[in-house]
Design a protein around this ligand. Structure first.
Ligand SMILES: *[C@@H]1O[C@H](CO)[C@@H](O)[C@H](O)[C@H]1NC(C)=O
Ligand SMILES: *[C@@H]1O[C@H](CO)[C@@H](O)[C@H](O)[C@H]1NC(C)=O
Ligand SMILES: *[C@@H]1O[C@H](CO)[C@@H](O)[C@H](O)[C@H]1NC(C)=O
Ligand SMILES: *[C@@H]1O[C@H](CO)[C@@H](O)[C@H](O)[C@H]1NC(C)=O
Ligand SMILES: *[C@@H]1O[C@H](CO)[C@@H](O)[C@H](O)[C@H]1NC(C)=O
Ligand SMILES: *[C@@H]1O[C@H](CO)[C@@H](O)[C@H](O)[C@H]1NC(C)=O
Ligand SMILES: *[C@@H]1O[C@H](CO)[C@@H](O)[C@H](O)[C@H]1NC(C)=O
Ligand SMILES: *[C@@H]1O[C@H](CO)[C@@H](O)[C@H](O)[C@H]1NC(C)=O
Ligand SMILES: *[C@@H]1O[C@H](CO)[C@@H](O)[C@H](O)[C@H]1NC(C)=O
Ligand SMILES: *[C@@H]1O[C@H](CO)[C@@H](O)[C@H](O)[C@H]1NC(C)=O
Length: 651
């Protein structure tokens, strides 16, 4: 028997008035379960849980679990969490929405932990579970290995509704997506609050173990309740922050005086930018000589679950196109510099109320950036530009600022030499970083998208907005790693400027593409200089404006030194730094809670009655043994006196 921790106890040899007792050997496991079971097996021989099994056998730990986590803004908390000790529930694999009443009312063993196939992860089912949350311990969603056929977007229908330019003040006719509801497929699940944990599971052996455990123990046969022991699941995703951002930032400050452990962190990252000719970055604020065109794209996306944000169409197509454009324009702008500087900017955190762009505009307004807002001539933004053969490009502009004839002339004169269309003049801008510039002042600008009106993206801000959705195919003889490296034609741009000859690595946008984009931009717009690594780093110290080295490690190639104008700038909402206005309605206030443990496991549970019986017997055994001990020690004289005498007598 594979005992985990075998201890051997040798009991004293008892001698009592000429009556010899034998030596007794006892073996026990340290596991409480086993100790209780040894006592119990005699009393109550029940099958199912073989208590020989050590913990490893009883608990099946789930290897791949992705939680939904808690986020907070000025007024709300969204996302999910478990209790501190994890939520336990009896497994129930939901077959259809009609079966929900087993979980919500009929089933005799609540709370239930509901396993959902991805097709059942709908707003209707999730809201019913949310409303019946006293009988729901948690939800595990089995992520499919291929994209579903149905559209799915857990985002809102009107992205960044309150932090774009279209407010009541700007023009009430356009506020709250009155004219165009951009993401009509959005079900808003990612902005709901659930007071139970929700995990995503990969469809693999783990999931098979779960399904099997359900079939073996929990299946409802002919409507009659399954018998104990039942298969249960426990999910841990306790979140430290509660209520809202102001509350958790206050608690951060209190905690910080005791230990450096906070409860939440503001969402933030870095924007990446580069200019088509060097700009003096030590000199902040207004420069008469500068006249810049901002060419922008966003770097981020999100989905319902933590850290799964492929954002293939929603952001990768845009920033890859902009990288390609920067590269295509490199030689042209170096040979014959245009009279306007092009500022390539890649914004981070746009999903969460335009963190990156609002920060850059704030810095420009407050003379904290290399160029001032007065220096900005116009903005050209690349949004979602689907790379399908049938996709057309549309130039969106802001009807409100175009009422000013000088703005309108600039917008109309944008001659891109590309075949593009313009939507109806009365249509407002889609959600875009450009809106944050317009919010500050009426700057001319356009946003390039692949949709005329509502989004064509069927999986906006969901885990299915991935390479598969873009129909990216790799030569079949490549490994997964090679696929990442593979230079794919799909990533070249739909621009017909001069068709870019360079091709690009397809980037899987995961948590932090910032550095990757920084290095790619340096590679695509900079020039290689022949100096050693030390000199390169040293020069960088001397002259931060010009040097930026390619990662020594990102690819297996030799590293080299590159001279470029690439910089990082803060993408942290001004509400946190420097304003500390945690209830701001002007700037993003999103924070993410901290957590300690994310894990899940399945095991068999005995009925409540059996647990009580176990406890009762345990207490009984304890009391009996205490009595026995008392009895023995009080009679020790009689019991052991005869045993000692012969020992003494030997010597
Ligand atoms: C905070 O988020 C909730 C949920 O999305 C939203 O209803 C609310 O308007 C947001 N509050 C602010 C101040 O943006
Ligand atoms: C999954 O289970 C199958 C059959 O039991 C086995 O062959 C395979 O190696 C397992 N895969 C993993 C990743 O454990
Ligand atoms: C989880 O991973 C461990 C180690 O890789 C493996 O032994 C175990 O079988 C896996 N669990 C399941 C359910 O596949
Ligand atoms: C379910 O009920 C039907 C009809 O009452 C019966 O024929 C069948 O054997 C039952 N199935 C099981 C698994 O008990
Ligand atoms: C950049 O601006 C600073 C401050 O105005 C000035 O001292 C410095 O000489 C300038 N550098 C270059 C290269 O022009
Ligand atoms: C139009 O915009 C320009 C530049 O922003 C501004 O100087 C001008 O006063 C505006 N004209 C009207 C009629 O508002
Ligand atoms: C995806 O690619 C396959 C094979 O290259 C092609 O048959 C299919 O039509 C493509 N689908 C879309 C939506 O472009
Ligand atoms: C960019 O990367 C390619 C491939 O590693 C290299 O050949 C080229 O010299 C690099 N150019 C710059 C400017 O970094
Ligand atoms: C780089 O510089 C070293 C020493 O200065 C020289 O030996 C080498 O040939 C140079 N490499 C290139 C590609 O110019
Ligand atoms: C990349 O860097 C990491 C940490 O610096 C190191 O562990 C890893 O081995 C490096 N990979 C390669 C391919 O050099």
């Amino acid at each position: 028997e594979p005992y985990m921790d075998v201890a051997q106890i040798r009991l004293k040899k008892w001698k009592r008035r000429g009556c010899d007792l034998p030596y007794i050997w006892l073996q026990y496991e340290r596991s409480l379960c086993a100790v209780l079971a040894t006592g119990l097996i005699v009393v109550f021989p029940f099958t199912g849980v073989g208590c020989n099994s050590v913990e490893k056998k009883i608990y099946v730990h789930l290897n791949y679990t992705v939680p939904c986590v808690r986020l907070l803004n000025a007024t709300h908390q969204i996302g999910c969490q478990s209790s501190l000790s994890g939520n336990v529930g009896v497994l129930h694999v939901l077959e259809s929405e009609d079966n929900l009443d087993w979980v919500l009312s009929k089933g005799p063993n609540p709370p239930y932990l509901v396993i959902l196939e991805a097709a059942l992860f709908t707003r209707s089912i999730m809201m019913k579970l949310k409303n019946g949350s006293n009988r729901v311990a948690g939800v595990a969603v089995v992520a499919p290995n291929t994209n579903p056929t149905e559209p799915f977007s857990p985002y809102t229908t009107c992205p960044n509704e309150n932090t774009g330019v279209y407010t009541e003040k700007y023009d009430p006719a356009y506020a709250h997506c009155n004219v165009t509801v951009w993401n009509p497929l959005g079900n808003g699940l990612a902005y709901e609050e659930f007071d139970f944990p929700i995990f995503s599971l990969k469809d693999d052996n783990d999931t098979q173990v779960i399904r099997q455990c359900f079939l073996d123990h929990n299946q409802v046969v002919n409507g009659s309740a399954p018998q104990y022991p039942l298969c249960a699941m426990q999910l841990y995703s306790h979140m430290s922050a509660v209520t809202d951002t102001a509350t958790c930032m206050r608690r951060n400050d209190i905690n910080f005086s005791i230990s450096p452990e906070g409860v939440c962190d503001p969402l933030g990252d870095s924007n990446v930018w580069a200019s088509s000719r060097p700009i003096n970055t030590t000199q902040k604020g207004h420069k008469n000589s500068e006249n810049v065109i901002i060419a922008a794209a966003r770097l981020d996306s999100r989905s319902f679950f933590f850290d799964i944000a492929p954002g293939a169409q929603s952001s990768v197509t845009g920033f890859v196109s902009l990288l390609a454009a920067a590269h295509a324009l490199r030689n042209a702008t170096q040979e014959a510099p245009p009279n306007r500087t092009i500022l390539y900017t890649f914004f981070q955190g746009e999903t969460f109320d335009y963190i990156g762009s609002s920060r850059m505009v704030y810095d420009m307004e407050n003379n904290q950036f290399a160029v001032d807002l007065d220096n900005v001539h116009s903005v050209l933004e690349v949004g979602q530009v689907g790379l399908r053969s049938d996709s057309q490009l549309w130039l969106h502009s802001d009807p409100v600022s175009r009422r000013n004839s000088s703005v309108n002339d600039e917008v109309a004169s944008k001659d891109l030499n590309v075949t593009v269309n313009q939507p109806q003049a009365s249509q407002p801008l889609p959600p875009s970083s450009f809106q944050r510039f317009l919010r500050a002042r009426p700057i001319p600008g356009i946003v390039i998208e692949d949709h005329q009106s509502v989004f064509t993206n069927r999986y906006y801000e969901s885990m299915y907005d991935n390479a598969e959705y873009l129909n990216i195919s790799y030569p079949s003889n490549l490994t997964a790693d090679e696929q990442l490296e593979h230079i794919t034609e799909t990533a070249t741009v739909p621009f017909t400027l001069s068709p870019p000859t360079a091709e690009f690595k397809f980037i899987h946008l995961s948590s932090e593409p910032t550095f990757l984009v920084q290095y790619l931009l340096a590679n695509l717009t900079g020039t290689v200089v022949n100096v050693t690594k030390e000199d390169c780093q040293h020069q960088r110290e001397d002259d931060k404006d010009k040097e930026s080295s390619v990662p020594p490690n990102g690819t297996q190639r030799e590293s080299f030194c590159v001279r470029s104008t690439v910089h990082l700038s803060k993408a942290l909402s001004p509400a946190f730094d420097p304003l500390k206005e945690y209830t701001s309605t002007e700037y993003s206030t999103w924070t993410e809670s901290r957590w300690k443990t994310i894990k899940g496991r399945i095991f068999l549970v005995a009925s409540h009655e059996l647990e009580m019986l176990t406890l009762g017997v345990g207490v009984g055994v304890l009391v009996t043994s205490l009595l026995l001990t008392y009895l023995i020690s009080s009679k020790a004289d009689i019991l052991f006196s005869s045993g000692r005498e012969p020992t003494n007598a030997t010597y």
